[in-house]
Write a protein that binds this ligand. Structure first.
Ligand SMILES: C[S@@+](CC[C@H](N)C(=O)[O-])C[C@H]1O[C@@H](n2cnc3c(N)ncnc32)[C@H](O)[C@@H]1O
Length: 290
């Protein structure tokens, strides 16, 4: 008998090298995600588990089902959720939050005509911790700094399951570890021994919508003042990252700010943008006149 480990055949999904390449190509074409070969076992294990769940034993038959079967759209939605990384947490990148609180918001509010509305977009929002962190900051800032504006946040992601979690706004108490006690008291209600719910007023400020960033023409937003795009670009190759960023910039109002994760793109700049230097945050402001 040929040892599966040596034949390139995965024992769980029955996937050989050809199948593996086929799945990798499909994933990249549909989501833009580049799966490095070190993650091969993640792909084969995830597919193997899913195949077992719905009774497939043949990897090629499952591939055909996902690509052209009667339930292909539904099945793809399940797979996307399984194959994308939704790791996130509240106030994940404090330097970016500090930059907003200490630099951007004070600047906006000290203008001759401060904005009456602040529209934001969290791109690749996963299960909602990022847009809710932003909502807490924007809401709380008004009280502590005696200014008044309306704000709304659009939170988009490719994964329907992640968006559903965000919409529900219920999180395990462990997830609230990084939320300051004042904010926790103000914006969360306990719903069980272990879980907390984002309060309704804050939930109303965040609108969750599905968007594949490879299809920016379907973006659920017009022009916004602030775009958060963190820990998502890392899954794409450089060409795609640049295409995505160039599209995002089109959605910024003049003076609007794009905040990325530190080190997510090197050497990218547009004439319409100026870089903002603040701790280790990577951020750009769209120039008012171009
Ligand atoms: C690691 S999470 C980042 C969450 C959050 N921004 C943060 O920094 O904590 C990456 C998210 O990007 C999403 N994603 C991956 N490919 C995508 C695509 N093509 N379009 C939209 N979202 C995508 C995943 O579903 C996942 O929720």
């Amino acid at each position: 008998m040929v040892n599966a480990a040596w034949s390139g055949l995965d024992s769980m999904s029955g996937m050989d090298d050809t199948n593996y390449q086929q799945w990798k190509t499909l994933l990249e074409a549909r989501t833009g995600m580049i799966l490095p070969d070190e993650r091969r076992s993640f792909l084969t294990t995830s597919l193997g588990i899913r195949m077992r769940e719905i009774g497939f034993t043949d990897c090629q038959a499952y591939y055909d089902y996902v690509v052209s079967g009667r339930e292909s759209v539904m099945e793809w939605a399940v797979l996307v959720d399984r194959l994308t990384v939704h790791e996130t947490r509240f106030f994940r990148h404090m330097a970016a939050i500090d930059m907003l609180r200490e630099l951007i918001l004070p600047e906006w509010m000290s203008q001759d005509e401060p904005p009456k509305t602040i529209q934001c977009w969290s791109v690749g929002c996963a299960t909602g911790e990022e847009p809710y962190s932003l909502a807490m900051l924007l809401d709380h800032f008004q009280e502590t700094d005696y200014c008044k504006y309306y704000f709304g946040i659009t939170a988009s992601d490719i994964s329907l399951a992640a968006l559903a979690t965000g919409r529900k706004g219920v999180y395990h108490s462990r997830k609230l570890r990084d939320v300051d006690a004042v904010l926790r008291k103000k914006y969360f209600n306990r719903v069980s021994d272990t879980h907390f719910e984002v309060n309704e007023d804050l939930r109303k400020r965040v609108c969750f919508a599905q968007l594949n960033v490879l299809e920016m023409e379907h973006a659920p937003v017009g022009k916004v003042h602030l775009i958060f795009c963190q820990n998502m670009l890392i899954y794409f190759d450089r060409k795609r990252r640049i295409e995505i960023l160039n599209s995002l910039v089109q959605h910024l109002h003049p003076g609007g700010v794009l905040i990325l994760g530190a080190g997510e793109i090197l050497g990218w700049q547009l004439p319409s943008l100026e870089k903002i230097e603040f701790n280790d945050t990577l951020a750009f402001r769209r120039l008012t006149s171009m």
